[in-house]
Write a protein that binds this ligand. Structure first.
Ligand SMILES: Nc1nc2c(c(=O)[nH]1)N[C@H]1C(S)=C(S)[C@@H](COP(=O)(O)O)O[C@H]1N2
Ligand SMILES: [Mo]
Length: 256
């Protein structure tokens, strides 16, 4: 019953809104443009808003059996230390090469930005945190998909260890090949969003992003940034400039 003292719970209100499709997008006040406001990008914005309204929070991506695991091609950068590759960072490529030579003993993941305790994690630090193993399908925007088992620490656990500040809304991932990409807090806190150091029961291979990659099971393959070096929590949407997806012609939001 709806009286001023007994308002419809927000969730029920959103459900009612969602059933009258035309009103869904107009009723959305909590999402922020994940992209620029030009016409060509309108579709991205609509997809993002529709997903954020219609998908149950933290609905899980399907998980498979180990017998379903397939071979997975290594795509995009397969070694950030190789200057012959198209995406090569003159600054971080040589750093990666040295880290790899030392079997990543000197590697650190820094967590910065809107956190209470900016931190630097070694691989051993991350492996000491509670881990999660999941067998999921990776869907590349190029049209292929493959199934693998991933082991790592939920991003949520690392963010909680660093302590999110109250304004924190997005998380950016910086890689050794100079790619930077970001996700919103809903995907960042999703239980299947992992910082993965293992694949199919072994250490993550170089070609698949060693020593640490992101797994975002709710989005297309390119959002699962490989070769991580730095995580930055932000209060505001950041397109990450010329290193980001948007200026390179990709959708910032690639929900599946
Ligand atoms: N740093 C970095 N991350 C990246 C890429 C890349 O080139 N560099 N390619 C992306 C794309 S398009 C896909 S499909 C997956 C491929 O992961 P895989 O090599 O483990 O199959 O990584 C994504 N993450
Ligand atoms: Mo991809």
């Amino acid at each position: 019953m709806m009286t001023p003292n007994n308002p419809v719970p927000r969730r029920a209100f959103m459900k009612a809104m969602a059933s009258s499709a035309g009103l869904v997008l107009a009723g959305c006040g909590q999402t922020e443009p994940p992209t620029y406001g030009n016409l060509l990008r309108m579709g991205d914005l609509l997809t993002y808003k529709a997903h954020r309204l219609l998908l149950p929070e933290h609905s899980l991506a399907h998980e498979y059996e180990y017998s379903d695991v397939t071979s997975v091609p290594a795509i995009g950068t397969t070694n950030p230390g190789n200057p012959a590759r198209s995406i090569y960072s003159a600054e971080f490529g040589p750093v990666y090469e040295q880290l790899r030579a030392d079997e990543f003993s000197g590697w650190r993941l820094t967590v910065e930005g809107s956190v209470m305790r900016p931190s630097a994690f070694t691989l051993a630090d991350l492996k000491r945190l509670p881990s999660r193993t999941q067998i999921t399908r990776h869907a590349c925007e190029e049209g292929w998909s493959a199934i693998a088992q991933w082991t790592g620490v939920p991003l949520r656990t690392v963010l909680e260890a660093a302590g999110l500040q109250s304004g924190a809304r997005y998380v950016q991932f910086h890689a050794y090949d100079d790619i930077v990409d970001g996700i919103d807090m809903l995907d960042a806190l999703h239980p299947q969003t992992l910082l993965a150091y293992g694949m199919n029961g072994r250490d993550l291979p170089i070609g698949h992003g060693a020593p640490l990659r992101l797994r975002v099971e709710t989005q297309l393959g390119y959002k699962s940034v490989k070769f991580l070096r730095r995580i930055v929590v932000t209060d505001h949407f950041d397109d990450n400039g010329s290193q980001g997806t948007i200026q390179n012609g990709w959708s910032w939001y690639a929900g599946i």
